[in-house]
Design a protein around this ligand. Structure first.
Ligand SMILES: Cc1ncc(COP(=O)(O)O)c(C=O)c1O
Length: 438
């Protein structure tokens, strides 16, 4: 494909793009249970307006974009305050993955400097997000996996046994993505403290949700900087912070540790160069929009969104547990959950749900389905539960192998040659930038 020799008109573009938009999932009306955290039209308009106003600004140059310096430092200050370390520090990043990469880099550099560790290892519960495996891969850190207990939280004995003289970082999630359970952070952080190493809490999901649950008087296990030994926390603005896609935070208990995250090149002919995070240029619009949103919603706005989300979560949990053969797994600590069946193949629920207009997400090891609840689901929870009941009855009546998609996913999960499964995943990703047949 070549670029058009002559540019299209705005009208022509609008026509093409609105046709394309029609192909996308209807996330504003609750048909999707992952990927998007939509907080309503007021928030959408605020984000769009502030994003446009700062469209060209670059967070790489806070000394010339003085507005961004104020916005980023205030977003970070509000974040560390919410996370229990008013004197903490941090940065905005483009997402959970970048925040996690930064935490792992800081740990690696810190341990090399303070402890002389040259073959760093990270103790990682199997429910932790693959962003840690990616960080380990990119940064040359070995992952030592830790299984989970029956309550779907990291096994503490196994975590203790996984620590070696090369361990630089212990990770806990608040909560993990698959089950929505919070690991026992005080115990994990105490293990880290005992051994004089670092403890990162991945609160990408919970960082802008759990503090408001707590303010609503809900029981929230300790997970943040109020726990001794927790040294860094990732918290995503583009999840339950409801900001534009491409916004997260990485926070540290103290500036000495954050120092190891920073990068500089002093000998470049282009001048002295320094940058806080992985990207060079940074979208100032994303920083400005996030600042505007935190101030627009305020604590009350977040509390309201959190309450609506938790009310819907409880309704869904109760409804799912009433459907014959279905069960919510474990005791999720907030609005993220897995559910499945011990009696029939939960994957067989997906096709009938798709026919009824729902985008369902499959987990594996074992086969469960997944919900990340937001306020968009309040209006559709009854319809969802009714469709789920019908779909579950169909799944329960199916013979093994009768549902095409369940058979495909089931066999991929069961395939002992994980290299083959890796190829399937990489081929899929590869194909996503091949031109589509018109
Ligand atoms: C617990 C957790 N950590 C990290 C991430 C990675 O975040 P991102 O996709 O923004 O890079 C996610 C994403 O869902 C997550 O749920």
């Amino acid at each position: 494909m070549k670029m058009p020799a002559t540019g299209l008109t705005r009208q022509e573009l609008d026509e093409i793009m609105s046709v394309q938009r029609e192909r996308d999932v209807d996330f504003k009306n609750g048909r999707l249970w992952t990927l998007v955290y939509y907080a309503g039209e007021d928030v959408e308009k605020l984000l769009a307006d502030t994003f446009r106003d700062f469209l060209y600004t670059n967070g790489l140059g806070p000394s010339v974009f003085r507005s961004l310096r104020k916005f980023e430092s205030e977003v970070v200050a509000m974040t560390v305050d919410l996370l229990g370390a008013p004197d903490g520090c941090g940065n905005m990043t483009t997402g959970g993955t970048e925040s996690i990469l930064m935490a792992v880099r800081s740990a690696r550099e810190w341990a090399a400097d303070k402890r002389g560790i040259t073959e760093p290892e990270m103790v990682l519960p199997v429910t932790a997000h693959p962003a840690f495996d990616k960080a380990a891969d990119y940064l040359g850190v070995k992952v030592v996996p830790v299984p989970i207990r029956d309550d779907l939280r990291a096994d503490l004995d196994a975590a203790k046994a996984a620590i070696t003289d090369n361990t630089v970082l212990i990770v806990g999630s608040a909560p993990n993505y698959p089950y929505g359970t919070i690991d026992s952070i005080p115990e994990l952080a105490a293990l880290a403290e005992e051994r004089g190493i670092l403890c990162h809490v991945d609160a990408c999901l919970g960082g802008f949700f759990l503090p408001f649950m707590r303010k609503l008087g809900e029981p929230v296990p300790p997970f943040d900087f109020s726990v001794p030994g927790v040294t860094s926390i990732s918290a995503d603005l583009h999840k339950y912070g409801y900001s534009v896609r491409g916004t997260s935070t990485i926070s540290y208990r103290d500036r000495d540790l954050r120092r190891y995250q920073l990068f500089s090149q002093t000998e470049w002919s282009g001048g002295l160069y320094g940058s806080p995070t992985m990207t060079g240029s940074r979208a100032g619009a994303a920083i400005a929009a996030s600042w505007a949103l935190l101030n627009f919603l305020g604590e009350d706005g977040y509390k309201e969104l959190t309450k609506a989300t938790m009310d819907t979560t409880r309704k869904l949990q109760a409804g799912i547990n009433e459907i014959p053969g279905l069960k919510v797994r474990g005791e999720p600590d907030m609005s993220v959950m897995a559910f499945g069946s011990d009696e029939y193949d939960a994957y067989a629920i997906v096709d009938p749900m798709t026919e009824r207009g729902w985008e369902m997400e499959r987990l594996q090891k074992p086969a469960n389905l997944h919900l990340v609840v937001t306020q968009t689901h309040a209006a559709v929870a009854d319809e969802f539960l009714a469709d789920l009941r019908e779909s579950a009855a169909l799944a329960a009546a199916m013979k093994p192998g009768e549902s095409g998609s369940a058979a495909v996913y089931g066999s991929l999960n069961a395939l002992p040659d994980r290299g083959k499964v890796r190829d399937v995943v990489l081929n899929f990703i590869d194909s996503m930038t091949q031109l589509e047949e018109e």
